[in-house]
Design a protein around this ligand. Structure first.
Ligand code: SIN
Length: 298
């Protein structure tokens, strides 16, 4: 089987051809998919028709799976029979939500506020609204590489504090506030805001909507820098927006991308997606002199 990967646009992403994810896949094929994934940061597969169990089994070929913790008291996050599947959906059955509504309506990489941010995610489209409901992706290598040298010198090797407790209400206005117990279970974490990708060795900008402080920079200046960098990452020249078709599946690399779901009329239309999430490792940055700076806290 020869797999092809055709670029989706100049900034990032490729569409694969010549592989049926529902069929048997040998080690060589998985290695080839991984190679394209690392090269293009996001990989699109079309017409994927598989069972939920197969979605889980395919993702496990790339690493250990992460089980998403519940958010809020009554909001279902995961599939009842396959907890490795996060259900991103506004569908209700018998008046009860079956998944997390409005998940990811803001730029982020998965798990960026955790000690071990997630390596990757695989989102499969089961029901798509006729109008919008797209997902945008940003290439955070390209964003880093386009920074002026003065900014790079200012931020390289610095740590940023990412705080679920401080930013939950701003980032998830439709969810209940965190309980004290939930806040304790998601302590603040310091991550290098320039991050060395552990497989490609390239540097990516690692900053996002949970960042609240930059080490060694006064609060006002730090807030302005966070706002500048988060706006920079998602400039049109670093992004791709995907208009979903039923059966599309996208595997993205959280270590070098950000993404966000675009709002749609979720009172009128249904959108139903299932996502698996890969466990990650400790973010780090290797300086020009070889010093390794790692995340800490959490
Ligand atoms: C997510 O952030 O994983 C959800 C993205 C989407 O639903 O488009």
């Amino acid at each position: 089987m020869t797999i092809e990967a055709r670029p989706l646009c100049e900034s990032l992403g490729a569409e694969t051809r010549g592989v049926d994810l529902a069929g048997p896949l040998g080690e060589k094929t998985i290695a080839e998919i991984r190679r394209f994934w690392l090269q293009h940061c996001i990989l699109l597969f079309r017409d994927v028709s598989w069972t939920t169990a197969r979605h889980v089994a395919f993702t496990q070929r790339f690493g250990d799976l992460h089980i998403m913790p519940g958010i809020g008291h009554d909001v279902p996050t995961n599939h009842p029979e396959h907890p490795e599947i996060m259900v991103v959906s506004n569908v209700k059955r018998n008046g009860t939500p079956i998944g997390l509504r409005r998940a990811g309506w803001g730029w982020h990489s998965d798990g960026e506020d955790k000690k071990l941010p997630n390596m990757g995610s695989l989102l499969h489209a089961l029901k798509i609204p006729p109008d919008r409901g797209d997902t945008s992706f940003a290439n955070t290598y390209a964003a880093y590489e386009a920074l002026p040298q003065t900014t790079r010198d200012r931020i390289e090797g610095r740590l940023g504090r990412f705080s679920r407790a401080e930013r939950h209400e701003a980032n998830y206005p439709n969810l209940p506030p965190l309980t004290e117990q939930e806040k304790r279970s998601r302590p603040d974490i310091w991550h290098p805001i320039t991050r060395t990708h552990p497989e490609t060795g390239r540097t990516a900008l690692f900053i996002g909507r949970w960042a609240v402080e930059i080490e060694g920079i006064p609060k006002d200046e730090g807030d302005a820098l966070i706002a500048e960098l988060t706006a920079h990452v998602v400039k049109p020249e670093f992004t791709y927006t995907h208009r979903w078709k039923k059966g599309d599946a996208i595997l993205w690399d959280n270590r070098c991308t950000q993404h966000r779901a675009l709002p749609f009329d979720d009172e009128k239309y249904e959108r139903h997606m299932q996502r698996t999430t890969l466990e990650g490792d400790t973010p780090y940055f290797v300086t020009a002199s070889g010093k390794r700076i790692e995340s800490f806290g959490g």
